[in-house]
Structures are given as C-alpha cells and as structure tokens.
Write a new protein. Sequence first.
Length: 162
Amino acid sequence: MSMEIDKQVLEKIVQDYDCKPSAIIAILQDIQEHYRYLPKEVFDYLSSTLKISRSRIFSVATFYENFSLEPKGKYILKICDGTACHVRKSIPILNRLRSELGLSEEKITTDDLQFTVETVSCLGACGLAPVLTVNDKVFPAMTPDKASALLKTLKEGEIHVE
C-alpha cells in the first residue's frame, strides 16, 4: 500500500526533536500517531534528514512491538488473552469481533480502515477480566454480546474514544 506522505508533517516532527538521530524512537512515535502506522515512504526521508541508515531506522521500527508497518484502523480494539482474561473467555469475544468485521488472524484491519482487532498478552487489568480496549480506553467484564453492542456504538459514532 502506497500513500502520499505530507513532507511538511515530517519536517515539523523532525524539527520538534532538533533533527537529532538519538530521537528516532520519539520521531517514529509521532509519525505513527499522525498516520496510524509507519508508511514505508518515511524511511528514506528520515534516513536522508537524520543521516541514519534506512536499515537502522527499519530495525528500530521492527524491534518495538508498538510500531506498525501496516495501516491500522481508526479504532484499534485490543483483546487481552492473558491468563485471567483467557480463563474468563476472551477468545469468544475475539471470535465475535472478527466475525462481525470480516477479519481473521491474518487480516486484522477492515478494508475501510475503521477497525483493527488485535490480541495482546496482558493489559494489566486482570481484576476486570476479560478486558477489551478501544484506542486504549478500557472496557471491563466484556462478553461477546457486550463487544457486539460496543462495535455497533462505535459504528454509529455514539461513543468517542479518540
């Protein structure tokens, strides 16, 4: 997937960090916040601007799990599958969301870039299990039916989690 990159956005982000190569993680975080992922086109720009090899930037971007090289949806739903959530049936929640959104383990983002569904090892809210987050907002004691209702609310724009 190729997209048009706004060089002014990139320039501002890099300038915010005084063009310091040591700020590469923060720069990548800001770029990802803007685009919701790291478009491949930014690597050449950053390499040239920061005087760091493209491969080094790529290695940073792929080392940290929080970075994504694939487009993500407007709403990122993370289903915890840690021990507490798993024993309290987080997988049926995951399966319901995937089914309703036409997603799978391989395809995690809807074609319209509205929803991304991911599993995570732990969200640190074991007492609230099973837990689901939408753009880092926690939704506790989730069930498949509650997840469907939440999805409907998000689709209708009745809840804001941005």
